[in-house]
Design a protein around this ligand. Structure first.
Ligand code: AP5
Length: 190
């Protein structure tokens, strides 16, 4: 089995690209953001805990997120591997993921980072916010908080995976099809 981390700032195109890659490589797509939103919509206990953080643009605490991720992996061992989208987002999450995958005889194959500048990404999110209904897409202050969270807590993961020779940067600007091809070129070589 392979385990790919699809990495990038808010709005980088992780969810968009995951839709194509999961089909092409027969992977289970695990988006922690999607799982949280599903739980918020269905008013579960997990959703109630996550909502206050997500609505402010802050990260949900590690313990909640890590436990949710592990449960999701254990439920989905039937495909060729995993495509993690939006996880890990902190060093403790990455450490927990490494330890957990090791316990089931897996390891991260690669982290593929979609790179693009903030102005383009904020414009994409504001555009999506018109129709997405996502509370964290609605105003620039919340979007700014998401970028601050990324810069402070998530960006150190690039160095974390570089040190393991597992980080592959991909230009995230272009048409959706062009970017899928760039990502596929990386994955095909693994
Ligand atoms: P999450 O759902 O992961 O949101 P995000 O990282 O902010 O990313 P987005 O969903 O905004 O963007 P994306 O990269 O998927 O881009 P997309 O494909 O949609 O997390 C939401 C929240 O949940 C977090 O803030 C946090 O509170 C919580 N959370 C989640 N995971 C967590 C974790 N591990 N730990 C703690 N908390 C966690 O594309 C964006 C837009 O651009 C779309 O409209 C799309 O149509 C458009 N687009 C895509 N590609 C292109 C292109 N090539 N050209 C033009 N437009 C494009």
């Amino acid at each position: 089995m392979i385990a790919i981390v699809l990495f990038g700032k808010p709005g980088a195109g992780k969810g968009t690209q995951a839709e194509f890659l999961k089909e092409k490589y027969n992977l289970t797509h695990i988006s922690t953001g999607d799982i949280f939103r599903f739980n918020i919509k269905n008013e579960t206990e997990l959703g109630k805990k996550a909502q206050e953080f997500i609505n402010k643009g802050e990260l949900v605490p590690d313990e909640i997120t890590i436990n949710m991720l592990k449960a999701e992996v254990e439920k989905n061992m039937d495909k060729a591997g995993f495509l993690f989208d939006g996880f890990p987002r902190t060093i403790p999450q990455a450490d927990a993921l490494d330890a957990f995958l090791k316990s089931i005889n897996l390891e991260i194959t690669a982290t593929v980072g979609l790179e693009a500048n903030d102005d383009i990404l904020v414009a994409r999110i504001l555009e999506r916010g018109k129709t997405s209904g996502r509370a964290d897409d609605q105003d620039e202050a919340k979007i700014r908080t998401r970028y601050e969270e990324y810069n402070e807590k998530t960006s150190p993961l690039i160095e974390y995976y570089k040190q393991q020779n597992k980080y592959y940067a991909v230009d995230g600007i272009g048409t959706i099809a062009e970017i899928t091809e760039r990502l596929s070129n990386v994955i095909d070589k693994l």
